[in-house]
Design a protein around this ligand. Structure first.
Ligand code: LLP
Length: 403
């Protein structure tokens, strides 16, 4: 793909997603579970562009949502309501009401109190809420602490014991119908053995529940499959799927998985333009080289927030030297990469920031009153705009009338 042409055509900063790659990733994961009933529910927090969601829906994907906004996005893009899961540690009454009215596949509960809220609201609406419960299996996913979710000290899910009690309660309730069991222990996992370990633990619970005649149909193993950003080994999907099946030990259930990053992470790049270079003299007489670009932490916050590594490439050759690639935002934490080896660059040169399809645009903001970037899709050798660059008017539209 000629990124400099795309940068010229759509301007920068720009996100570019390869839809053919997304399809290939979707097919890979679907294939590994083909021996069983399975549902791939794309975790749209990774990238919730409507055109991308429409593409996923056409592939047959379901959706894992974490707010009613995400549920509505998925539906608008053509998702089937019976393939939508709504998870999240805090749901407002309005959100619960809407989810019940939209008749989605299941609401994933993360606490006792939430179960009672859902029960009450279902009662008010004269409905029976299909629910699953997120079990926190207390397994260490061995990933960055900010994206680790499966330990008791994390805010997510409930303990096995609590889950048992909640299922018993829900089973007896007139307004709740337990249909699934869920866990998700963390993100960017390059070693999936902790997930298989968690699956074993939760599968035992499934067995117990079924022995009590609680008819759980969906075994939801969450997301978390890692991707290659730098030197990571890509996890082996075959042994992942086989491990999950072995953990289920012959129990018949529809396997639900919730990949986000795996489907879209390496489908995306972020294009940014060099504004200028700058060399700062340091105290010890050495020099520090900065490449200042038009993209910033408001566009791609992963490097600042998690010290995440994203490969950065220039589109030209030349003798390379180390530099920090930084944005125009007034924070020292505003960088896209540190100690990156790049040739001498000048105004207008394009840099390609790789692996930016997941948690890139979806975590972007308007900090420093910067317009959010445009987004482009590549499919069958053609490119098309899927989100306009924001304008100043977009930035102020909710405030203007009050001055
Ligand atoms: N399911 C649940 C319940 C989740 O909480 C998440 C991600 C996923 C599925 C999808 O996980 P994935 O397959 O993408 O690993 N902003 C961070 C990642 C946060 C992940 C939050 N939950 C990052 O940029 O690395």
């Amino acid at each position: 793909m000629d990124y400099s042409l795309l940068a010229k055509k759509y301007n920068t900063p720009l996100y570019v997603y390869d839809f053919d790659y997304i399809q290939a990733q979707y097919n890979k994961i679907k294939k590994e579970f083909q021996a069983r009933k399975s549902l791939v529910c794309y975790a749209l927090k990774a990238n919730s562009n409507l055109s991308l969601l429409k593409f996923m829906a056409e592939l047959g994907a379901g959706f894992d949502c974490v707010s009613i906004g995400e549920v509505k996005r998925a539906l608008l893009a053509g998702a089937k309501n019976y393939k939508i899961i709504y998870s999240g540690v805090g749901k407002s009454d309005e959100e619960i009401k809407e989810a019940l009215n939209l008749d989605i596949l299941m609401i994933n509960l993360e606490s006792d109190e939430e179960m009672k809220r859902v029960e009450n609201i279902a009662k008010e609406l004269g409905k029976k809420a299909r629910i699953s419960i997120r079990v926190n299996p207390n397994v260490d996913p061995k990933t960055h602490p900010y994206i680790s979710t499966g330990l008791s000290k994390n805010k997510f899910g409930v303990s096995l014991n609590k889950a048992r009690l909640m299922y018993l309660y829900a089973h007896k309730s007139e307004f709740l119908e337990p249909v699934g069991v869920h866990f998700h222990i963390g993100s960017q996992l390059t070693d999936l053995t902790p997930v298989i370990e968690a699956a074993r633990i939760v599968s035992e619970l499934l067995r117990e529940l079924r022995a009590l005649d609680i008819d759980i149909k969906f075994f939801d193993i969450g997301g978390g499959v890692g991707i290659k950003y730098e030197n990571e080994e890509e996890p082996d999907l075959y042994s992942y799927a086989q491990g999950i099946l072995a953990a289920l030990g012959g129990q018949d259930a529809t396997i639900v998985c919730e990949p986000g990053r795996f489907l879209v992470g390496n489908a995306g790049v972020f294009l940014t333009k060099v504004l200028y270079e700058k060399i700062n003299d340091t105290k010890d007489g050495s020099h520090k080289r900065f490449v200042i670009v038009d993209g910033a932490m408001n566009d791609l916050i992963r490097p600042s927030l998690y010290e995440a590594f994203h490969e950065i490439k220039a589109l030209k050759d030349g003798q390379k030297e180390l530099c920090d690639v930084v944005g125009p935002i007034c924070e020292s934490g505003d960088f896209l990469g540190k100690d990156i080896s790049l040739p001498k660059l000048e105004n207008g040169d394009i840099l390609v920031v790789k692996s930016a399809g997941a948690y890139g645009f979806s975590m972007s903001s308007n900090y420093n009153s910067r317009n959010r970037a445009a987004e482009v899709a590549l499919q069958n050798g053609t490119d098309r705009l899927i989100r306009k660059r924001e304008s100043f008017d977009d930035l102020i539209k909710n405030e203007k009338e009050f001055i």
